[in-house]
Design a protein around this ligand. Structure first.
Ligand code: HOZ
Length: 427
């Protein structure tokens, strides 16, 4: 019996489903997860010694790849000075400076420990500031697992077909309205009906949790216009896109300025960090300045912030995003070409270094069109890639992430593996 199998048997006796986050369980593709022993650069090794070219990248944070020297050294150095104090540290100020410099929409920023916390807190600020109860999100977008956000949610919600979680009281879920992504008319209709009750619209400016879906031209601008006209706030959940699609995130890429922004993933360099921020006046709602309470024992943890700052320093270098774009494009070309040769219907959606290959004809512009993808085919493809030493997200409705550690040779290897795996689907 393999070490992974033995570990999974024990884990399933002790941990729900054997995993500490449902999307890791392989339920979307069948089979059992392997257990990871280590990672380096673009590769991970399982406990049985098999190595994989990794496009999961810990679901987004690892834009530099695994265990980059600068990040490991920053963590070790911080750890030698102590792991947590529950009191302010200089690193937190440096992180706040880095974030506010990169995101002009953010004047005050609060660090938290996860993207879930960031989204949950930003919504609380929006409700506090507007005195309104309702929240609008988009079908298939995922903003972490806070109660009011598990309504028509993507990510695990899409993978396991439980977009509306158990344990969320109906009166609470009723405070969240959901509209189709990329559909401004549907949003206008919601605002016509209940505009003076809506505190905020929250959106992943590039959706990553129904698979990658880019905003259609004018969509983000339309959100800005509609929310402003009704006195509601616009929240960009840039937990995935922040420092990923551009140093300044999707708001820099598309030139739309939200009221509040949620960050996570990359700003923690692989350790648990989130952040939310916005204009000074709005963020002055947050305690101890204002009445909106939000707190955390490990918020701004020195190890996590050190890892994040080391990552941001690397990302601040010249040409980094051009390199990510070029490598992302290379992977896209490889997949598209492989699918064409194999005669497999595949729609590749990509923004920079985040990409999803949907097993259906395009276009994929929202949750309904994403759901047309053949998930059984994705499962066979996932396992085909895994057998060929390439690790992807174990669900059709997630993103593949290219990192700076992926070399051109790695991407050629991935394209060859994909061509082979796709060809085997049509046999
Ligand atoms: N945002 C990630 C999924 N797209 C979270 C990963 C998880 O749920 O574990």
């Amino acid at each position: 019996m393999s070490d992974s199998k033995r570990l999974f048997e024990t884990a399933t006796r002790l941990i729900p489903g054997g995993v500490n986050s449902p999307v890791r369980a392989f339920r979307g593709v069948g089979g059992e997860p392997f257990f990871v022993a280590r990672g380096e650069g673009a590769r991970i090794w399982d406990v049985d010694g098999r190595s994989y070219l990794d496009f999961l990248g810990s679901w987004g944070p690892l834009i530099l790849g695994h265990a980059p020297t600068a990040v490991v050294e920053a963590i070790s150095e911080a750890a030698r000075r102590g792991t947590s104090y529950g009191a302010p540290t200089p690193l937190e100020v440096e992180m706040a400076e880095a974030i506010t410099a990169a995101y002009p929409s953010i004047e005050l920023v609060r660090l938290v420990s996860s993207g879930t916390e960031a989204a949950m807190s930003a919504i609380r600020v929006a409700r506090g500031a507007t005195g309104r109860p309702l929240l609008v999100k988009f079908d298939g977008c995922y903003h972490g697992h806070a109660d009011s956000l598990l309504v028509k949610a993507g990510s695990g919600g899409a993978t396991f077909s439980i977009p509306d979680s158990g344990g969320v009281p109906a009166p609470l879920a009723a405070l969240t309205l959901s509209a189709p992504f990329n559909d401004l008319d549907a949003l206008r209709a919601l605002f016509r009906a209940r505009g003076d009750e809506i505190a905020a619209v929250i959106v992943e400016p590039v959706a990553g949790n129904m698979g990658v879906v880019a905003p259609l031209p004018g969509f983000l601008e339309g959100l800005r216009e509609i929310t402003r006209a009704h006195g509601a706030l616009l929240i960009f959940d840039e937990v995935i896109t922040g420092f990923r699609v551009a140093y300044g995130g999707a708001q820099a890429l598309y030139g739309v300025r939200p009221d509040l922004t949620c960050l996570g993933k990359i700003i923690g360099g692989g350790l648990p960090v989130g952040a939310y921020g916005g204009a000074r006046q709005l963020m002055s709602q947050v305690a101890p300045l204002g009445p909106v309470y939000q707190a955390g024992t490990l918020s701004g943890n020195p190890l996590a912030v050190a890892a994040g700052l080391a990552t941001l320093r690397e990302l601040g270098r010249h040409d980094v995003y051009a390199t990510l774009e070029a490598r992302g494009a290379m992977l896209e070309r490889g997949l598209t070409e492989g699918a064409r040769k194999a005669g497999v219907a595949l729609t590749v959606n990509r923004v920079g270094s985040m990409l999803t290959a949907f097993f259906c004809d395009g276009p994929v512009t929202d949750y309904t069109s994403a759901k047309r993808a053949d998930t059984a085919r994705y499962a066979r493809y996932f396992h085909g890639m895994r057998e060929r030493g390439v690790f992807l997200a174990p669900s059709q409705f997630e993103a593949a992430f290219v990192s700076l550690a992926h070399t051109e040779a790695d991407l050629e290897h991935a394209a060859r593996a994909a061509a082979d795996a796709l060809a085997s689907l049509s046999r």
